[in-house]
Structure formats: structure tokens, C-alpha cells
Write a protein that binds this ligand. Structure first.
Ligand SMILES: Cc1cc2nc3c(=O)[nH]c(=O)nc-3n(C[C@H](O)[C@H](O)[C@H](O)COP(=O)(O)OP(=O)(O)OC[C@H]3O[C@@H](n4cnc5c(N)ncnc54)[C@H](O)[C@@H]3O)c2cc1C
Length: 377
């Protein structure tokens, strides 16, 4: 049977970033990915935004890892030719009474260590985004965009160059805890590891359950986000990133506008709980509803300017309102869970890695590396 120092379950952006970090220090690092290619889960079904860290509660893992991850992502992309752009973003307000929300956001961002935040007026908004309707905006210069596919591949490529083994078509279906590690049964065969890293994204709770860990109680509720795109002839309506003021009743940052590195413009993502973690397409939302929501930002928009695009599924730890064990609030801000499993200390668990997981991946990898070091050194 094959033996490894570390097996990482999940070849998404987080698993691949962790493999890159660990392979600099240890040999025999394996990534086991269920699907035929890496990055086919949530990691390539998102907005591709390199977030700044303005939204998250000070001191939370999301705040710390996003701010650090933002810097690390830009550095990594520049060093490895990953398409990206530090275009900045506007959080826009249409009403005077929303200024207090922008101010609160700015203060929160400052406490989190986000640099360069500034309030701008209608004139400057118009100079930056001529088609966007807003009276006030918070300018967030450190936000940017990245090609998520290329980022995942680049993390994996560096890991493989350092000797890591990236194994696809390797769905893990059984885990046996051993006194000094874990035996892992997958579609690609059996392997024993001194350390297991659970980076299975939407399925991380199920992975914890395979181990028999109480950490499986951190249940993941899938929340689908859908996108539309502006038709080609309207792509010049948006130059960068435009977000609405966050609303306390929303469970996300709100439907926003994203000019991707390829020049197309995404609108979305929406947010709806779904029953099935693989349900990407059933009962898609109406383009008319997208148009209605997006008109708040782009008043000229009509239904004819939009076409449906892809969807992604968030790994939410907050249950739907009314669900048993739920807080009753879909808006509850939950944090990333990244820790050694108290019952199985050879295992590092990563659960609830929703947004800003793409941005934070390299910083999550540093944290995971410290935890793996406690196990292996
Ligand atoms: C709509 C949407 C928009 C988002 N926008 C942004 C954004 O703009 N910026 C940002 O920073 N973040 C964003 N996010 C969040 C970000 O995409 C995620 O946090 C990140 O991709 C999580 O990466 P991951 O590697 O943990 O998960 P995944 O990419 O899902 O990877 C997990 C992998 O584990 C594999 N796996 C699962 N079970 C098994 C098993 N049993 N055996 C082997 N392999 C298994 C899966 O196939 C998958 O490839 C967004 C998310 C969504 C849904």
C-alpha cells in the first residue's frame, strides 16, 4: 500500500494552494480529487473577485485570511502569469441615508487593515463608471479580479513541480482512523497518510462524517448563486467591479457587476438554498428577475441585454430560516472552520470555506501548513 506524509482530499483552489505550501517542506504530498479535473467544483464557479476584506467581522478568520490572501494572491499571480487585474471596486449607494452604511463599511475595512479606502461622489463615480446610477460610493482600491481556472491550475502546477501527486478520478469513500494516521480508500486505490487534510469544499461535512468525527455536526447547507451576462454589445457599460451597499437582510454581498479578465460582464450571484449539492441547473431564475435587480445599478438595462450564465454553490454553515438547529437567520455571519480535529489529531479539517475562499486560499494554506507542522514535525 502506498504511504504518504499528507493526503489532501479535494483539488479545489484551497486543496491545491495547500499542496503548493506543503510540498515545499515535505515529500509524498497527495491531492485526491473526485472529479476528472482539478478545480471543477466551487473554485471555478464564482465571481473571480480578489476581495479586499472590508466586510468581515474584525478578528475573524475571514477578515484576517482575506486581507493576507489578497496580497498573497496578487504576488502569486504576478509571479506565475495568472491573468488578473487590480481594477478596484465601487460599493455604491443610491440614497443619502445609505451613507451611514458605507461609512460603517469603511470603518470596518480600516479596522481589518484594508488600505486606500475612500468615499467618492457622483461626479467621480460617473468618471469611473459612466453607466452606473449612484450618489455615493466607497472606493476599494485593493479589490481585483483573477482567472479562477488559471489560479487553481497554477497552484497545482507549482505543487506538482515540487513533487506533489495530484490524483484525479479519486473520490474518497472510506476513511479509517489509525493510531498514527488515517487509511484512505478512494476510487484510485488505498493509501495510508500520517496526516489528512479535509479540503472537500461542499462535501467537507460528509468527509468529517466518514471519519466518524463530531465535526460533521458543522453541516453544510448548499446555497446556489446564479449569474447572467451582459450581451457583447453592452459589455462596455461596466469597466470594473460595482457592488450594492450590503443589506443586513441579505445573506450575500448582493447582486453585483463584474468585468472579468476576459472582458465579459457578469451580473450576480443570486442566493437560494437548494436541497442537492450537485443541483446547478434545476429551476433556474428568470432573466427578467435579474434585469429587475440589476436595474438598481444599471438603469438603462433591459431584459434583451442579458443572457443566462453559469451557477455556483456556496458551502454555507448557516441553515435556512426555520430549519431545525437553525438560528432562524440565513444572514448569520459564520466564519471559516480551520483546525485540527479534537478527536482525530492527525486530521486538519476545513469546513465552511465559502467566500472569500478563492481570495484567501494562499493564506488558508499558510494556516494549514502550521497545523500540519504540529502533526508531522
Ligand atoms: C457563487 C459564488 C461566488 C463566489 N465568489 C467568490 C469571489 O468572487 N471571491 C472569493 O474569494 N470567493 C468567492 N467564492 C467562494 C470560493 O469560490 C470558495 O470559497 C472556494 O472556491 C472554495 O474552494 P475549495 O477548494 O474549498 O472548494 P471546491 O472548489 O469545491 O473544491 C473541493 C473539491 O473537493 C472535491 N471533493 C469533494 N468530495 C470529495 C471526495 N469524497 N473525494 C475526493 N474529492 C472530493 C470536489 O470535487 C472539489 O473539486 C464564491 C463562491 C460561490 C459559490
Amino acid at each position: 500500500m502506498e504511504r504518504a506524509n499528507v493526503v489532501i482530499v479535494g483539488g479545489g483552489v484551497v486543496g491545491c494552494a495547500i499542496a503548493r505550501a506543503l510540498s515545499a517542506r515535505w515529500s509524498d504530498v497527495f491531492v485526491l480529487e473526485a472529479l476528472p479535473k482539478i478545480g471543477m467544483g466551487t473554485s471555478t464557479r464564482n465571481s473571480g473577485v480578489i476581495h479586499s476584506g472590508i466586510y468581515y467581522p474584525p478578528g475573524s478568520l475571514k477578515a484576517k485570511l482575506c486581507v493576507r490572501g489578497n496580497r498573497l494572491t496578487y504576488e502569486f499571480c504576478a509571479a506565475h502569469n495568472v491573468p488578473h487585474r487590480n481594477c478596484g471596486k465601487l460599493v455604491v449607494a443610491a440614497l443619502d441615508e445609505e451613507i451611514k452604511d458605507l461609512t460603517a463599511l469603511m470603518q470596518n475595512g480600516c479596522v481589518n487593515g484594508v488600505e486606500g479606502l475612500a468615499m467618492i461622489d457622483r461626479e467621480e463615480i460617473r468618471a469611473r463608471e459612466p453607466h452606473v446610477a449612484a450618489k455615493h460610493a466607497l472606493l476599494v482600491p485593493s479589490t481585483g479580479i483573477v482567472s479562477a481556472e488559471d489560479l487553481v491550475k497554477a497552484y497545482a502546477r507549482v505543487a506538482a513541480d515540487r513533487g506533489a501527486h495530484i490524483v484525479t478520478n479519486a473520490k474518497v469513500d472510506r476513511l479509517e482512523p489509525l493510531p498514527d494516521g488515517v487509511r484512505i480508500h478512494s476510487a484510485a486505490g488505498e493509501i495510508e497518510a500520517r496526516c489528512l487534510v479535509n479540503s472537500a469544499g461542499l462535501f467537507a461535512d460528509e468527509m468529517a462524517s466518514l471519519l466518524g468525527s463530531k465535526m460533521a455536526e458543522h453541516r453544510i447547507y448548499p446555497v446556489r448563486g446564479e449569474y447572467c451576462e451582459l450581451v457583447r454589445s453592452r459589455q462596455d457599460w461596466v469597466r470594473g467591479l460595482v457592488y450594492p451597499v450590503p443589506h443586513h437582510l441579505r445573506m450575500t454581498l448582493g447582486v453585483h457587476l463584474v468585468k472579468t479578465v476576459w472582458g465579459n460582464v457578469l451580473l450576480g450571484p443570486t442566493a437560494h438554498y437548494v436541497d442537492d449539492k450537485n443541483d446547478y441547473e434545476r429551476n433556474r431564475e428568470r432573466v427578467e428577475d435579474f434585469a429587475e435587480a440589476a436595474k438598481q445599478l444599471l438603469p438603462e438595462l433591459t431584459v434583451a441585454d442579458l443572457v443566462p450564465s453559469y451557477t455556483g454553490i456556496r458551502a454555507k454553515l448557516a441553515p435556512p430560516p426555520g430549519a431545525s438547529g437553525g438560528t432562524g437567520s440565513a444572514n448569520a455571519m459564520t466564519d471559516f472552520i480551520i483546525q485540527r480535529d479534537p478527536e482525530f489529531p492527525q486530521v486538519v479539517q476545513l469546513i465552511g470555506i465559502e467566500s472569500p475562499g478563492l481570495t484567501s486560499a494562499a493564506a488558508i494554506a499558510e494556516l494549514a501548513e502550521n497545523l500540519v507542522r504540529e502533526i508531522l514535525d
